[in-house]
Design a protein around this ligand. Structure first.
Ligand code: NAD
Length: 260
């Protein structure tokens, strides 16, 4: 129970990686606010945790909306008392060549991945600084925080940007015992990835099997997907790491696709 008496807020936790992080945090003693655009999904995920003996609430939050983020974080603090751990995880993917992206699509991608990270950080930091007990911020980056892939210009730009935000927060937050790190997963089979497989097959004119074998898993050491458990276990390690010795870093969990 590494996270006993801790409170975590996880964005995008109605599905995929965020959902598993919320479950693993709850299994390790944290009370968890499941913040998501999809309130029904967030409430369902919270119910599962509560039914299993943990403590969780669902919070409606569009991470791109300043008022929504501030209200959602305030709701979590009112219900659970504080926020010790923020996992900024909400994200989407749009794949197409640069010349086919509309400005609206570009802005939507940057808004969810970067504005969302900034707004949730700012809202939670106020509580962390005011209480003076420090805190942990984990950003969900990607191998695409370090590597490029065709069709993913705004995603790569945004995920690279998270490294800068985390490093500035590590410096500003260090004296106040607030740590910031970035998790960089390889491909994980979630709805976000399942949607891309047929899209990439169509764009490149190859089979879905070839997208998996020759694009997604080509550079891994064992042709295996990273799992939601792999990512959640790394998040648990970072959330439970008690000193500033580990801050301002990005850690890749990708079956060796990217080696730093
Ligand atoms: P997912 O589609 O399973 O879950 C994403 C969640 O984010 C959904 O519940 C969705 O409702 C929520 N969401 C979307 N827009 C939102 C918004 N504006 N405000 C609040 N919530 C919003 O996706 P996932 O694969 O679990 O992805 C989670 C994160 O992990 C993303 O940041 C993604 O970029 C990152 N990531 C995923 C992979 C992968 O292979 N799946 C790899 C590297 C990084």
């Amino acid at each position: 129970m590494q996270l006993n008496n801790k409170v975590a807020l996880v964005t995008g936790a109605a599905s995929g990686i965020g959902k598993r992080i919320a479950e693993v945090f709850a299994q390790n003693g944290a009370a968890v606010a499941i913040a998501d655009l999809n309130l029904d999904g967030a409430n369902a995920a919270a119910r599962e945790i509560n039914d299993a003996g943990g403590k969780a609430i669902g919070v409606k939050m569009d991470v791109t909306d300043e008022a929504d983020v501030d209200a959602g974080v305030a709701q979590a603090i009112k219900a659970l008392g504080k926020v010790d751990i923020l996992v900024s995880n909400a994200g989407i993917q749009i794949v197409k060549p640069i010349e086919e992206f509309s400005l609206a699509e570009w802005k939507k991608m940057l808004a969810i991945h970067l504005d969302g990270a900034f707004l949730t950080t700012r809202a939670c930091l106020k509580d962390m600084y005011a209480r003076g007990e420090g805190g942990v911020v984990i950003y969900m980056g990607s191998v695409h925080s370090h590597e490029a892939s065709k069709l993913k210009a705004p995603y790569c730009a945004a995920k690279h940007g998270l490294l800068g935000l985390a490093r500035v927060l590590a410096k500003e937050g260090g004296p106040k015992k607030v740590r910031a790190n970035v998790i960089c997963p390889g491909f994980v089979r979630t709805p976000l990835v399942d949607k891309q497989i047929p899209e990439q097959a169509k764009t490149f004119g190859i089979s879905e099997e070839d997208v998996i074998k020759n694009i997604m898993l080509k550079e891994t050491v064992d042709a295996e997907f990273t799992t939601v458990d792999d990512v959640a276990n790394l998040a648990l390690f970072l959330a439970g790491f008690e000193s500033n010795a580990l801050t301002g870093q990005s850690i890749t969990v990708s079956h060796g696709w990217h080696m730093q």
